[in-house]
Design a protein around this ligand. Structure first.
Ligand code: ACO
Length: 337
């Protein structure tokens, strides 16, 4: 049913979250906040934090392995690897190259995509393009993985309570005999005018790392939460409507909506603008906080593994993030064979 070429299928999903749980009460011991404030303003009750020495590539490996297991493919059957992340192990080489080695994949293309919290949807379109363009690519592994705890300012209560660590992965395939969720389309957008609303100023070519930049706390995520909130709702509602129009599917025929898990109030507002029941949204923001590029695939994997998504159901995924960027996709789910 794809409008633009051969169909591409989500043939497997996987996710991983570090063991360590940081509750709101734990946080109230080191920043001036309360469980009540965080739950009311965000819906978040706890988040996962990577163990000492555990890095983004380690979490990506765990999620990718589970997705490959569901898809029943081995390392030699992966034809390209894409990692969506804003917290790479290091500026370069790409985290994808590190994950490629850790997973024992062949000498395949491996690269990162950075579109912040929309990174997974950007990665989907990139992977879809690769698979559609050349039949030599049969399976692409796409992982959204983040160690946001490494760039959070633990002294800034307005941001540190919002984020967590984790990873989610999918195997995308052009083999329709293997079943899986058919990707019906992807819509992407960006507006760089709003780049200063969420950013990390230090560590790049504009403000290289120096003693001064560290002392000025330039290597932490900065965000204008109130502005982002408004733009996020608008972008996600537009993303939802645009992809449904592109795929010629009615909103009332959607069985499950997986939005970026940033804040339950954003999700409630999107549901209300779209006039959809919140029952259609299998949210997990309460357990993980905002895991940026990992959030949509992590929620998708949990929804699939808990049988929340039935065969034949339309699944709408929508995300927004720093850039500002946004993206949406529609998938018709069928269990992989
Ligand atoms: N505990 C207690 N009080 C707090 C906390 C906290 N953790 N954080 C902020 N406050 C205080 C503020 O200091 C402020 O106090 P004041 O009125 O005395 O100045 C008051 O609470 C209200 O602050 P606001 O920022 O106006 O609170 P708001 O209701 O807007 O909620 C929030 C803030 C939760 C950040 C909200 O704006 C939001 O969710 N924005 C969207 C963020 C987002 O989704 N980002 C995703 C993209 S991230 C990415 O791409 C990496």
């Amino acid at each position: 049913m794809s409008n633009h070429g051969p169909s591409i299928y989500v043939r497997g999903t996987g996710s991983y979250a570090p063991e360590k749980i940081l509750t709101n009460d734990d946080m109230s011991k080191f920043v001036e906040t309360t469980d009540e404030w965080i739950v009311t303003r965000t819906g978040i009750r706890q988040r996962r934090i990577a163990a000492e020495g555990e890095v983004t590539s380690d979490m990506a490996v765990e999620a990718a392995r589970k997705a490959m297991e569901m898809a029943k493919i081995g390392p030699d059957e992966v034809d390209a690897l894409i990692i969506a992340t804003l917290t790479p192990d290091m500026l370069f080489p790409s985290t994808a190259c590190i994950v490629q080695h850790k997973l024992g994949l062949g000498p395949i293309p491996a690269f990162d995509v950075d579109a912040a919290c929309s990174g997974f949807i950007y990665g989907l379109e990139t992977a879809r393009g690769i698979l559609m363009a050349n039949p030599k690519y049969k399976n692409v592994v796409l992982v959204g993985a983040e160690k946001l705890s490494s760039i959070i300012d633990w002294e800034d209560r307005a941001t540190c309570v919002l984020f967590g660590d984790g990873a989610g992965a999918v195997v995308l395939s052009r083999d329709e005999t293997a079943g899986g969720g058919e990707l019906l389309g992807v819509q992407l957008g960006a507006n760089g005018k709003n780049a200063p609303l969420i950013h990390m100023p230090g560590g790049g070519s504009q403000i290289p790392s120096t003693v001064d930049s560290v002392q000025a706390r330039q290597h932490f995520l900065k965000m204008n939460g109130r502005e982002v909130f408004k733009l996020a709702v608008r972008a996600m509602v537009k993303g939802a409507n645009d992809i449904l129009e592109e795929c010629d599917v009615n909103l009332e025929d959607v069985g499950c909506v997986i939005p970026h898990q940033a804040n339950i109030r954003i999700i409630e507002s999107v549901a209300s603008h779209l006039k959809l029941s919140l029952d259609l949204f299998p949210n997990n923001v309460q357990n993980y906080g905002n895991t940026s590029a990992a959030s949509v695939p992590l929620a998708l994997d949990e929804a699939i593994r808990s049988n929340r998504i039935a065969d034949g159901e339309y699944v709408l995924m929508i995300a927004f993030g720093a850039g500002l960027t946004w993206g949406s996709t529609l998938m018709k789910w069928n269990s992989p064979k």
